[in-house]
Design a protein. Structure first.
Length: 188
């Protein structure tokens, strides 16, 4: 009887990631560039975020409605159809009233940032004492703080806040990925 290894081993993970240090640096550079672009015009970054999510929801709605008709005999037709229609309405609202969509998406972003930050903190603590674990921890703490800032200032600053938080998060993720990649390279 064999048992699956379920414990996370930082040393083996580090050994596996070390040859791929350049990918972390490249990812970090890409995230930094995107962060700087978002900092360039926060209103545009907010509007683009809203329209992007609206488009994804609309296309997701079309896929769910098509799926509803494809599984009609299965019995979940009304569920899939209603789900698709609601997604479609949300997507249309994002295009018709970007301010309302920015209001809702800013709150959703706050929740996502808080959850993502907690996961990064957990990942950093779990990776300790491996190389670069502190950068993961710091990235998580900063993401949690960004989520708290969004919650505190909501809804007063929705026109630029969504773009600002996006720019800050992209920038810090970029710095953390570069630092992590360079730490892996230095540990050779």
């Amino acid at each position: 009887m064999s048992t699956a290894r379920s414990a996370f081993d930082p040393a083996s993970a580090e050994a596996e990631l070390r040859p791929r240090w350049g990918w972390f640096v490249a990812l970090g550079i890409a995230l930094l560039v995107l962060g700087f672009i978002a900092f360039g015009n926060l209103l545009i970054a907010t509007v683009v975020s809203v329209l992007y999510v609206g488009a994804l929801m609309f296309f997701g709605a079309v896929a769910q409605i098509i799926h509803a008709f494809r599984v009609k005999r299965w019995g979940g037709f009304l569920f899939w159809l209603l789900s698709g229609v609601l997604y479609g309405v949300a997507g249309v609202i994002a295009f018709a009233d970007p301010l309302l969509a920015a209001l809702a998406l800013t709150l959703v972003l706050a929740v996502a940032l808080l959850a993502s930050g907690v996961l990064r903190v957990w990942s950093g603590v779990r990776s300790r004492p491996g190389t670069g674990w502190g950068w993961l921890l710091a990235s998580g703490i900063i993401t949690i703080l960004a989520g708290v800032v969004v919650v505190i200032s909501w809804p007063a600053n929705i026109l630029w806040l969504l773009g600002l938080v996006l720019a800050i998060d992209l920038t810090f993720q970029g710095v953390a990925a570069i630092a992590f990649g360079l730490a892996l390279r230095a540990s050779r």
